[in-house]
Design a protein around this ligand. Structure first.
Ligand SMILES: [Zn+2]
Length: 370
């Protein structure tokens, strides 16, 4: 297939998404897909469903229920142009809802236009976006649900210096976090993803926290016996456009579809599946964007943790460095760590504004647009 289609950047307007998505769909083989309008968001943006393949195993995937988590949507759109991806759909019916929260995607906010977190609305169903997802689950009755998210730059891993570039979770089905058959089936697929990804050179894959919350969609699906995998596209190094992790998300989705047809064969494997899953290191909030160690101040040297605030700007997203914490012992690493006790280029030019925005010309800390 041709790859003449424009790629989606990390931040894209809804108009651009609609244009690129329609262009991609028009190139799909006619007898292979069906496309439907599922309803509208609070601000009346269309939410679409795309069904691919005619296989028996039903896989439902939705992305960007949090508007500012675009990496998985980009991965889906790019996979729709990939021949190998289609070869995996022989035994599968795949139902995709890309951009479940188009208003948040447009404004680059987690929540929807009514400032509700759709991923806490799985019980009340107070928002149109939630009703669309609930209808899709009820109507499609998936054998596997893929809940596609992105995570902030604050995650590393337990007992590791590496940042967490990607994490997975099979959400709990009940407050006791019992290992139900649907959880085991999801664990099996997650284990396969880890194997298929192999070693990442400067980052790692983690296991997300499984505290039960019935108001979250993954936990709700799992409580209904639907094997569910949460994907979190993370961050490492200077990949602020998340182009590298985008490739890993595509590989992970391919791995899931490749292995999904054997999802139900878990007999006699329970122990080994559980053991392999539990051996994936747990994610930990121990990273920030920039960690300034030993910054001189009137009251001694301090460790200053800086996080980028992301906002929509002309030409993409603006990343604004802001103070996040000072001398916080749980923060161990920065995607950039600068020890000012050893750093010779520092010219004592750290500027901290009243709104906590930080700049330093000598350290090259400033806002940038990606
Ligand atoms: Zn999310």
């Amino acid at each position: 297939m041709s790859s003449s289609i424009q790629k989606l950047p990390r931040y894209f307007t809804y108009e651009l998404f609609e244009k690129v998505f329609m262009e991609v769909i028009e190139k799909l083989p006619q007898d292979f897909y069906s496309f439907s309008y599922l309803g509208s968001s609070v601000e009346n943006r269309s939410i679409f469903g795309l069904r691919l393949g005619h296989g028996d195993l039903k896989v439902l995937a939705w992305s960007q229920m949090h508007g500012n988590e675009s990496t998985t949507t980009r991965a889906i759109v790019e996979l729709l142009e990939n021949k190998e991806f289609f070869q995996l759909l022989d035994n599968i019916s795949l139902y995709i809802i890309p951009v479940l929260n188009p208003d948040g995607a447009d404004k680059w906010t987690r929540n929807n236009a009514k400032n509700i977190d759709i991923n806490r609305d799985a019980q009340e169903l107070s928002q149109p976006e939630s009703l669309i997802l609930k209808d899709a689950i009820d109507f499609f009755e998936p054998d596997l649900a893929l809940n596609l998210h992105g995570q902030r730059t604050i995650y590393g891993l337990e007992n590791s210096v590496l940042p967490c570039q990607l994490s997975f979770l099979t959400p709990s089905a009940d407050p006791d976090k019992r290992v139900t058959p649907s959880r085991l089936q999801s664990m099996k697929l997650i284990n396969h993803i880890i194997t298929d990804l192999g070693d990442l050179p400067k980052a790692a894959v983690g296991r997300y926290d499984d505290a039960f919350n019935i108001y979250c969609w993954g936990d709700y699906c799992q409580s209904q016996g639907i094997p569910t995998i949460l994907f979190e596209a993370g961050h490492a190094g200077e990949d602020y456009s998340r182009d590298h992790v985008l490739e890993l998300i595509k590989e992970s989705l391919m791995s899931v579809l490749k292995n999904a047809p054997m999802i139900k064969d878990i007999e006699n494997e329970n122990e080994s599946i559980l053991r392999a899953y539990q051996s994936i290191p747990a994610v930990q909030k121990n990273y920030v964007d920039i960690l300034l160690r030993n910054a001189p101040s009137i009251n001694g040297t301090r460790d200053i943790a800086i996080m980028y605030h992301e906002q929509v700007a002309t030409g993409g997203l603006e990343f604004i460095p802001m103070i996040y914490a000072i001398d916080e012992v749980s923060i161990l690493y920065g995607h950039r760590t600068i020890d000012l006790a050893k750093e010779e280029i520092f010219q004592n030019d750290l500027i901290i504004e009243d709104d906590m925005v930080v700049t330093s010309e000598s350290l090259k800390i400033s806002s940038f647009i990606k």
